[in-house]
Design a protein around this ligand. Structure first.
Ligand SMILES: [Zn+2]
Length: 83
């Protein structure tokens, strides 16, 4: 039953975590780097082999939004689709 109170905080917290994850994006892009995460030796680490040979304009634009290189975009979207 509706008790007159909503809690929108969780959603906005999610958004701020998401934005935090993207912080460092500008720096990464300026350095032709990548904000993507890769699993190396069983540990998550920042992608240090940015593949900036983008397949198409959509991927190039995605890089300016998320800072993820082509390889990381492929991994990321593949993961989304497979889930
Ligand atoms: Zn990458």
């Amino acid at each position: 039953m509706f008790n007159g109170k909503h809690k929108p905080a969780e959603k906005s917290q999610e958004v701020s975590i998401f934005l935090d994850k993207l912080s460092g994006r500008t720096k990464a892009i300026n350095n032709n780097g990548c904000t993507g995460l890769v699993v190396k030796d069983g540990k998550m680490s920042r992608c240090d082999q940015a593949d900036l040979n983008f397949k198409n304009e959509v991927s190039r634009r995605e890089y300016t939004i998320s800072g993820m290189c082509q390889t990381c975009q492929d991994n990321f979207f593949e993961g989304v689709i497979n889930e």
